[in-house]
Design a protein around this ligand. Structure first.
Ligand SMILES: *Cc1c(COP(=O)(O)O)cnc(C)c1O
Ligand SMILES: [Zn+2]
Length: 440
């Protein structure tokens, strides 16, 4: 990809201090170069965070700069890229809750120990994508980008549209025709992005967008962007801070394009290096069985990787050729991690359980609980376990999936189905219906 900063990039000198390195060939670049792949070998890039000196908890988590201290991303600045303060575009993202519920602990199969849910649906645009987007858009602004763009099927486009609007910059979103949930499309339109529906799939949309970046000054915010991953590290930081730095045994996450998997290994390695933790949790990555190229790669002992044609109800992880595969492999190796799969039925049943206790999430998120349950059932993980599951998106992100689960074909065979009652508008009929519904 081409450098896109304008001749008068406002913060070029500042960005030159940021060290960017290719994870494959080690080539070194600086933060003023707007690249998302190594120009030498095509490898993935890392922003290098200096970790040579020990960090205290206080120094790490208590940024007193207004308004950054209100952001659940920017208050961890000591382990984030040093972007110029005047470029930072924040919507007070992060600060998400850590929930527990005994019914879900029982559902998971954990017999003694604990289970908590880090709920990233409680971000400004209702998915974890905001944590990466605040860093990506801030970097774009510092680099003088004129237009921000992504190809996406939903949450990334909603997040980009919102953050670009906050920055006062135009955003351009390419979406595959007819393959985006109504809620995610509505958000993207409402925040004012220029939406282009491509008569083709996601890969085609991205390829077309990449061609255009050569001609126009377009900053591409796709998931290989190393600055986005820096923001996603703060999910780990905030989760550990909320637990008073008690490291769980496992951290269980859905895996799609594998940006989170990549970011979390990097976050944990940096925390170890600065002495904030002395061991790491095992990362457990859960893919949908119909979209599981990384699980296949893991099963082969990381010897053979093959992309797949992805199919799953969990559209946010419907990815056949994950962009961050190499970085994600590194994270699994660094944390003695596990990669596993669950069926769409297991995902939707886990989602119904999470919804039913009042927490709620979108389908992809529930892969975490479904995967944990399966691994305990199969004896891969013990029933005595201190676990945290990541919930990636909000229950309202995909209402079509909820309606289909409870009212669609197949609903009759499921437990926990909740059908609205249709009742005549008169008291005797209502009394009969409610007596049945409430007293069984
Ligand atoms: C983007 C997304 C994912 C996939 O995350 P990766 O980092 O690409 O593996 C999972 N769930 C939701 C809700 C998402 O928006
Ligand atoms: Zn390289």
């Amino acid at each position: 990809m081409n450098a896109v900063q304008s001749p008068a990039a406002p913060a070029g000198a500042h960005l030159q201090q940021i060290d960017v390195r290719c994870m494959e060939c080690g080539a070194r670049f600086t933060g003023d170069q707007v690249i998302t792949r190594c120009p030498v070998c095509g490898g993935l890039l890392d922003v290098v965070i200096p970790t040579g000196r020990a960090l205290s908890r206080e120094a790490f988590t208590r940024d007193q700069t207004e308004p950054l201290r209100h952001s659940g991303v920017w208050r961890y600045r000591p382990l984030l890229p040093d972007l110029p303060l005047e470029s930072i575009v924040s919507r007070r993202e992060g600060n998400t809750p850590l929930y527990t519920d005994d019914r879900l602990t029982a559902h998971s199969g954990i017999a003694h120990g604990a289970l908590a849910f880090k709920h990233e649906g409680h971000n400004p645009t209702a998915s974890f994508k905001d944590r990466g987007m605040t860093v990506g858009v801030s970097h774009a602004k510092a680099a003088g980008a004129r237009v921000l763009a992504c190809a996406s099927t939903g949450n990334t486009s909603a997040s980009l549209a919102s953050y670009a609007a906050s920055a006062g910059l135009p955003s351009l979103v390419f979406i595959p025709d007819g393959k985006i949930s109504g809620g995610k499309l509505a958000q993207t339109i409402a925040y004012g992005a220029t939406v282009v529906q491509i008569a083709g799939d996601f890969d085609r949309a991205l390829a077309l967008l990449r061609e255009l970046t050569g001609t126009y000054q377009i900053y591409l915010v796709n998931s290989v962007n190393p600055f986005r991953l820096e923001g996603q590290k703060t999910i780990i930081f905030e989760m550990l801070e909320q637990r008073d730095w008690r490291v769980p045994d496992v951290f269980v996450i859905p895996g799609g394009n594998l940006g989170n998997t990549a970011a979390f290994g990097k976050a944990l390695t940096e925390l170890l290096a600065v002495g904030l933790i002395d061991r790491v949790p095992r990362l457990v990555v859960v893919q949908a069985a119909g979209a599981a190229p990384f699980a296949g790669y893991f099963d082969s002992g990381f010897t053979s990787f093959g992309p797949v044609v992805a199919e799953t109800v969990a559209t946010a992880i419907k990815i056949g050729n994950p962009a961050s595969t190499a970085r994600a492999r590194r994270s699994i190796e660094q944390t003695n991690g596990i990669v596993t799969t669950v069926s769409d039925a297991e995902i939707m049943d886990a989602k119904a359980a999470i919804d039913r206790v009042g927490i709620g999430c979108e389908p992809a998120s529930a892969a975490s609980l479904a995967g944990l349950r399966r691994l305990i059932q199969d004896g891969v993980l013990p029933a005595g376990l201190d676990a945290v599951c990541l919930l990636t998106g909000h229950v309202l992100k995909d209402t079509e999936a909820i309606i289909d689960y409870h009212l669609g074909t197949g609903a009759a065979d499921r437990t926990g189905v909740n059908r609205p009652l249709r009742v005549a508008a008169e008291i005797p009929a209502l009394e009969r219906a409610l007596a049945d519904a409430l007293h069984g």
